[in-house]
Design a protein around this ligand. Structure first.
Ligand code: PHB
Length: 404
């Protein structure tokens, strides 16, 4: 909360008072930021990535906040169900009086909290949750991460046109971003002339299912490509294992998906047989740019040589950069309208490349890259094969479903 400006004494002569008004500095404000992340349970490593990203930004950029102080008030949303996150938001808004909300790994947690954002007029900066229509749920939501369509839609046309897949099957985790990712891929793939032969829901986001029966079904359908969206983390590692164990690779079914499937933190634990996997995404720790190299070096210095940031860590970093900008622009006096106005058209040199908040949709605009998993440097790493610059969310651009 901003403390207001230094009050002027009544006894001060009018000309002195006028001079004092002109030079009086704004008092440094303490801006309370409510951080809702999944710090425990199956999604703990995802929440921790984002937390590390946002904390690193604060540490490395103390001057980015216009002289104001940020007080982080953290809450654990524990699981993807929405209820715990919503209660946390309620408490942060009513009891803690936060000026701003951020975090949100899982879409249902952002979706359940959206009505409170509108009612309380406390702005939300989404650091991960990727269901395309989330910013449509409140005029006070902006997103710095991605939408499921940024990767899924161009992956559809790339699979058909460049990978030569005439048929494809899709497997997805059965919750909003999974359905959204399927929809994105199917729309892009069919528009390019491909045929989707199967679309299989593969359990919910909370528990990692045994993927074997789903993969077996796909194997029997023998498509050219198998598009998979599962939430990053423990699900990703299990998909890689099951793909090899079921012999799908040997059969010649090509595994593809958004970059959640080749998350930097999980890539290290995958076997060499995953080399050749193609995904579409906006970030890898292996990007060879000065901004990213500096970011990865700072990360390793802070958290250990054997750690790596991934797209979630970058979401935390960029989210805090956006919050810093909003605080600076409003001189510490945060309102929902003021925050959205400050973020509209904001551009930033992120470790992922140039990002921008689309003033019309309040959603992120960023480059997409075709990632190939290659062997190098004693580990699996990402090689960029192709890039699509500055992609606006295709779901909103095409006005599909709830994105209208
Ligand atoms: C989401 O719930 O929106 C979500 C979670 C994990 C991901 C991507 C999207 O990797």
């Amino acid at each position: 909360m901003k403390l207001g400006r230094i009050p002027l004494g009544c006894a001060v002569a009018p000309f002195l008072a006028a001079a004092a008004v002109a030079v009086a500095p704004a008092q440094a404000a303490t801006v309370k930021v409510g951080v809702v992340l999944t710090y425990s349970g199956g999604g703990a490593e995802l929440g921790t990535q984002i937390d590390r990203g946002l904390e690193l930004f604060l540490k490395e950029n103390p001057d980015a906040f216009g002289g104001h102080t940020v007080e982080l008030i953290k809450r654990d949303s524990k699981r993807p169900g929405g209820d715990i996150a919503k209660n946390a938001v309620q408490e942060l808004v009513t009891r803690e009086g936060v000026d701003l909300l951020t975090g949100f790994v899982f879409s249902p947690n952002a979706i359940a909290s959206a009505p409170l954002v509108t009612q309380a007029k406390v702005p939300m900066v989404v650091m991960n949750a990727g269901t395309a229509w989330i910013p449509k749920l409140s005029p006070y939501i902006a997103r710095v991460s991605f939408t499921m369509w940024h990767a899924g839609y161009p992956m559809g046309s790339y699979a058909h046109d460049k990978l030569g897949c005439k048929t494809a099957a899709a497997g997805y985790t059965d919750y909003p971003p999974g359905k959204d990712s399927l929809n994105a891929f199917q729309t892009g793939f069919e528009a390019a002339g491909g045929t989707l032969v199967e679309a299989i829901p593969m359990g919910g986001p909370r528990e990692v299912p045994d993927f074997t029966p789903f993969f077996q079904r796909i194997k029997d359908a023998a498509p050219d490509c198998f598009y998979v969206f599962v939430p990053a983390g423990v699900h990703t590692a299990a998909v890689a294992k099951t793909y090899i164990a079921t012999g799908m690779k040997d059969q010649g079914v090509r595994l593809i998906g958004p970059g959640d499937l080749t998350q930097d933190t999980k890539l290290r634990g995958m076997g060499d047989e995953m080399a050749g996997l193609i995904t579409m995404h906006h970030y890898s720790a292996d990007y060879d740019t000065p901004v990213n190299k500096a970011f990865v070096a700072a990360w390793k210095k802070e958290y250990g040589e054997d750690t790596t940031p991934d797209f979630m860590g970058v979401g935390g970093w960029d989210g805090m950069a956006a919050i810093a900008h909003a605080i600076r622009e409003q001189d510490g006096d945060i309102t929902a309208e003021g925050t959205m106005k400050a973020l509209a058209g904001w551009t930033y040199a992120s470790p992922r490349g140039t990002i921008m908040i689309d003033p019309e949709t309040r959603d992120i605009v960023h480059d997409q890259h075709v990632h190939e998993v290659v062997k190098g440097d004693g580990r699996l790493m990402i090689k960029v094969l192709d890039s699509i610059p500055q992609v606006r969310d295709p779901c909103k651009a095409l006005m599909i479903g709830k994105c209208k």
